[in-house]
Each structure stands twice: as C-alpha cells, then as structure tokens.
Design a protein around this ligand. Structure first.
Ligand code: GLU
Length: 356
C-alpha cells in the first residue's frame, strides 16, 4: 500500500453553488490542499461530482432538474467539461496539470479493465498530473450506473491502494441523527466498526442536489475500511479541509478506522466491485466449514441456488436463514451444478462478509 495516498471525493452540494454553477472558490481551496499534501509526499486522486448539476445550470433555463435518465446523461455531457475547466483553473494557479478519468461500473467488474484503470492512474501520478475522476455518466446505462460517487470513490481508493479516503460534503461529518429533524444531533468522532445500527443512524438523509446522502457515505466507508483504507467524512466549506481530514485530528469530521485485517485488493474486488450473477444457499454444516474452518464451499454444502452463472462469475452465498454470509467466484457453471462434489467456490475466491 502507498503509505501516504489519499482519494478525496467532493460531493455535488459542495462542488456547485446555489445557482448550480461550479463553486470555483471551493475547488480552489481543495486544489490548494491537494498541492500542499503532494509537497508533503502524498499522492492524491480527486473524485468529483457535480457534472449534472453544473450542466443543468446552463441548459435548464431555470426549470427544475429533470428525473429521466436519458436527459440526465445528456446534461452530464454539458457539465463535465465545465467541471474540468474549473478544476484545470484551480490547479493551474499552482502550475499543476489535471487529467480527466471517467469510470463506469463495468470498469470495476472486468478484472482486466480494473487493472488497466489502475495503470492509467499510476501513470498519471508518475507524470505529476492530478487525476480528476467522475462516473462516465454520459454513456453508463441507468441499470449499471453507480449513481453516487461515494461508492465510486471507495472503489478508486481500493484500486490505488490508498491509505485514506476523504468524503468532503456539506455536513460536519456523521451525526447521531438528522440535524434537520433533531437539533440535539451531535458529531460522531470515530467509528471503529460499521454495523447495522450505524447504517440506521445514517438513515436516508440527502441534500437537494447530490445523490448520495449519509447512507451511501457509510456504505462507501465500509468498502474502504474493509480494503484497509481509513475513511473520513468531513465538511468541504472549511479552511484546509483535506489537510485537516488526513492530519488525524479527532476534532474534525468523522473518522472510520481501517480494519487491520485488510482484504487483499483482489478479495475487495470480489466483495464489493463485481456484480453477483446468482445466489447459493448453503446448509449449516457448510456455514461452519466456511466461517470457522476457512474451507472451500463444496457442492454437497449447497441446498439450492439461483441465477444463470458461469465459471468465474461472482455469486452471493446465503446461510440457511437467508442471511448473506459471503461472496465468491464460482468454479462451476449453473447448468453443471448437479454433477459431482467438486469445489464450487474455492477459499481463495471467497470473502466472508459477516465479520464486523
Ligand atoms: N456523477 C454525478 C455528477 O457528476 C454525481 C453523482 C453524485 O451525486 O454522487 O453529476
């Protein structure tokens, strides 16, 4: 792992102003922070939102934001160059060049493409260029879109084996309740493990323009912390927000501690990046063999299965009560599942998901 490597994601509500235009002042602050960190030996990748909102501020003519995906995709194509122009200006002041990298979920699902994207990001870093990443909204089909850049940023952090992921947003961090509903809500400083109660705290809060909200930030923090990446949710509109977020000061934002038992990049890819093509429901004996003895999943341990999967595809593994136990890559095609007692998912291709 790069010991000092950070992926910083800035949400739509911070990247754009009230009229929907790009908030150049915020980008300037973040760029200055990125430059300061690079001088200190950090490598930095920026994940930016805001293309759709910025695009609509130009072609929307004051109308409310559309909801149909085709129009949103088209609008992103208008906003993306505006966004890049603003980032180019923000970094240009410091004589630093930027490069645009647009990624879609399929780039993470196909391992070859995943490694290719990693090489591109590494090459940009070698050239001294700051990579500015966004989802490839203009062409990504609605069904295969990430839709929120929090998850994209977590996967990028995994991709570049970052030490830190910083999600800059329009709140102070993760609060104990939605402050609009409960004025006594307070900031949670540190999260050591992400369990279901935390997902409830995060709720479904969202700001008007972004698509993520707190729930998607906590989900992203889970992906990142399982990948060994310390994650910080912090306010964007502050002095030196990025420098303070990675500085380890506990009084700024919410820090999610990285798990010490870090998944390898390949296992994190299996667990969080690649889409499932089916479900295997296993019996109690197989559950114990997987969770307590680190075994592979054999055909005899499978009660039922669904989905049309082929060798190498990812599947979810559910316990007898329907609980999600693991994710893994199958070695057997769905139509050959009734033959023999072969290894269906080898332990090397299996990630247990129930450890907090
Ligand atoms: N990719 C979207 C955009 O640039 C943002 C998604 C999000 O809100 O996180 O407009």
């Amino acid at each position: 792992m790069a010991s000092r490597s950070v992926v910083v994601k800035i949400g739509t509500s911070s990247v754009t102003d009230h009229e929907g235009g790009v908030a150049q002042d915020v980008l300037d602050i973040v760029a200055a922070d990125v430059v300061a960190l690079r001088r200190d030996g950090w490598s930095v990748v920026v994940v930016t939102s805001g293309a759709i909102t910025a695009g609509w501020s130009v072609v929307g003519d004051g109308r409310s934001r559309p909801t149909d995906s085709i129009t949103l995709q088209a609008v992103s194509a208008v906003g993306q160059p505006l966004l890049m122009d603003a980032w180019r200006r923000a970094f240009g002041v410091h004589d630093v060049s930027v490069g645009q990298v647009l990624l879609a979920p399929l780039d993470f699902s196909h391992r070859g493409q995943y490694l290719h994207a990693r090489s591109t990001l590494e090459a940009l870093a070698t050239l001294g260029v700051v990579a500015i990443v966004n989802e490839n909204d203009a062409v990504a089909d609605e069904e295969i879109r990430f839709g929120d850049n929090d998850r994209l940023a977590a996967l990028v952090a995994n991709l570049v084996t970052a030490s830190h992921l910083v999600l800059l947003t329009d709140t102070a961090g993760l609060l104990t309740a939605d402050p609009r509903l409960d004025p006594s809500a307070t900031l949670i400083d540190v999260v050591t493990s992400i369990d279901t109660s935390l997902a409830n705290v995060a709720g479904r809060s969202r700001s008007g323009v972004g698509s993520g909200g707190m729930a998607s930030k906590v989900a992203a923090a889970r992906i990142a912390t399982w990948s060994g990446v310390t994650t910080i949710i912090a306010p964007a509109r502050e002095d030196a927000p990025l420098v303070r977020a990675v500085g380890g000061g506990r009084e700024f934002g919410t820090t999610f501690e990285a798990r010490t038992e870090r998944l390898s990049a390949r296992k994190a890819w299996i667990a969080f990046a690649v889409a499932s093509s089916g479900v295997l429901v296993i019996n109690q004996g197989a559950l114990v063999a997987l969770e307590h003895h680190g075994r592979s999943l054999l055909r005899v341990g499978i009660e039922t299965f669904s989905g049309d999967f082929y060798e190498g595809d990812a599947v979810e593994i559910h316990g007898p009560k329907g609980e999600v136990i693991a994710k893994g890559l199958v070695r057997v095609n769905a139509d050959a599942m009734h033959e023999g007692d072969d290894v269906v998912v080898h332990r090397d291709d299996l990630v247990l998901l129930r450890r907090a």
